[in-house]
Ligand binder design. Structure first.
Ligand code: HEM
Length: 367
């Protein structure tokens, strides 16, 4: 008997390829935001704790000041992929969400506590006061949320573990352990977070609101961090790939989309090493580097989102779940209206980013 619940008899109201496309795009945007949040927070915290120079204080405060804004993007860009994932993978994702139900619901209060701690941290750093315990608390809370998400996203791929988990506790109090892919998956996330934070610092260094000395500090540190983490990421991703079951590995080898995205990721990693080294060790291309950093951050995260999607589909296929096997009855009027609103929403978010970028003309110094 299949461990997956029966398919919902109501047909999907849009083509599967369209829902998958929207899912991957919004998931990639969510990943950019969470990596900026977690990586930027860790760098700000370390600079605040151990940095001795005026530039390290200014950089810590500049990063911390932006984190509550980044959090709004984390949340708002997290909701759409959650909805698309539920449409596509509901039979697996609802089951795993119920199995870790207490933790899954705990994300909401944890997120609120994390958000509050971020405001406290950035407020204190702005006033030149100590706030490491708020920054530390925000990091621990964000890390816990990341672990809960990773647990759910891996448990949904292991239907063979569901019955035993439910028998051990129907209250949803256990986070699953024993999945060999999980530690590498989390490490890939934290590694990518620091890499993205480095690229973000190169981008910030291009802004006119920093004194030349502070901009140089941000660019140098960000460049070196991005370049080093890109090399570390190669090792971690290799381990993540090796930890997958043999059947999934060979299915991915024959999957053109997975191979294409792996190639795009490798190209992006090479560009991160190049851009990071230029920023970290030289003074060349100063006008172009912030844009190059932004571009490779998006390409790298997009490639990871596509590969991760192929990994999920191939894993579920080995367990008898084919995401493409659905009854579809497209309602094009509703799809058109949805797409218009979706593009309008992205444009509004882009406009908000541009308002923030233009409004912040005060020089970035701590009190
Ligand atoms: C501090 C806050 C957050 C952190 C640190 C975080 C972290 C993560 C991580 C690490 C993953 C990848 C898990 C994996 O595949 O191993 C993930 C996936 C995801 N997150 Fe977030 N997240 C946060 C907030 C949110 C919020 C508020 C939402 C939605 C309301 C959200 C929605 C999602 C979705 C839908 C996915 C999976 C997408 C998919 O695979 O289809 N996240 N998150």
């Amino acid at each position: 008997m299949s461990p997956f619940p029966a398919v919902d008899p109501i047909p999907v109201p849009a083509p599967i390829w369209l829902i998958k496309l929207l899912h991957i795009v919004t998931m990639a945007l969510h990943f950019v935001a969470i990596q900026m949040l977690v990586g930027g927070l860790l760098v700000a915290l370390l600079l605040h704790l151990f940095g001795r120079s005026g530039s390290s204080r200014t950089s810590a405060a500049a990063l911390a000041r932006r984190l509550p804004i980044v959090m709004t993007y984390v949340i708002n860009l997290g909701v759409p992929p959650l909805l698309f994932a539920q449409v596509l993978y509901g039979r697996a994702l609802y089951t795993s969400s119920v199995l870790i139900g207490s933790w899954w619901i705990a994300v909401i209060p944890l997120l609120m506590a994390c958000y509050w701690s971020l405001y406290q941290f950035s407020g204190r750093l702005d006033k030149g006061r100590s706030g490491w315990w708020f920054g530390g608390a925000a990091f621990v809370l964000a890390g816990l949320i990341a672990q809960i998400y990773s647990s759910n996203m891996t448990l949904m791929l292991r239907p063979e573990a569901w019955a035993a988990m439910y028998q051990s506790s129907p209250a949803g109090v256990h986070l699953p352990s024993g999945d060999p892919t999980m530690p590498w998956r989390l490490l890939t996330f934290f590694c990518g977070a620091l890499l993205t934070a480095g690229l973000w610092m190169i981008w910030l260094a291009g802004r006119s609101t920093f004194e030349a000395e502070d901009a140089r500090f941000l660019r140098t540190l960000g460049g070196r961090l991005a370049a080093v983490m890109a090399v570390v990421e190669i090792g971690v991703v290799r381990q993540l790939a090796a930890s997958q079951p043999a059947a999934v590995r060979s299915a991915l080898d024959g999957d053109a989309i997975a191979q294409g995205s792996a190639f795009a990721w490798m190209a992006a990693i090479a560009l991160v090493v190049l851009a990071g080294s230029l920023a970290g060790f030289t003074r060349v291309l100063s006008g172009w580097l912030p844009w190059a950093a932004l571009l490779v951050a998006v390409v790298r995260t997009g490639a990871i989102a596509v590969y991760r999607d192929a990994l999920r589909d191939q894993t579920l296929l080995t367990k008898g779940f084919d995401v493409w096997q659905r009854n579809v009855a497209t309602n094009w009027g509703v799809v058109g209206l949805f797409l218009a609103l979706f593009i309008g929403g992205l444009a509004a978010a882009g406009w908000l980013v541009s308002v923030v970028a233009r409004a912040n003309r005060v020089m970035e110094k701590t009190a």
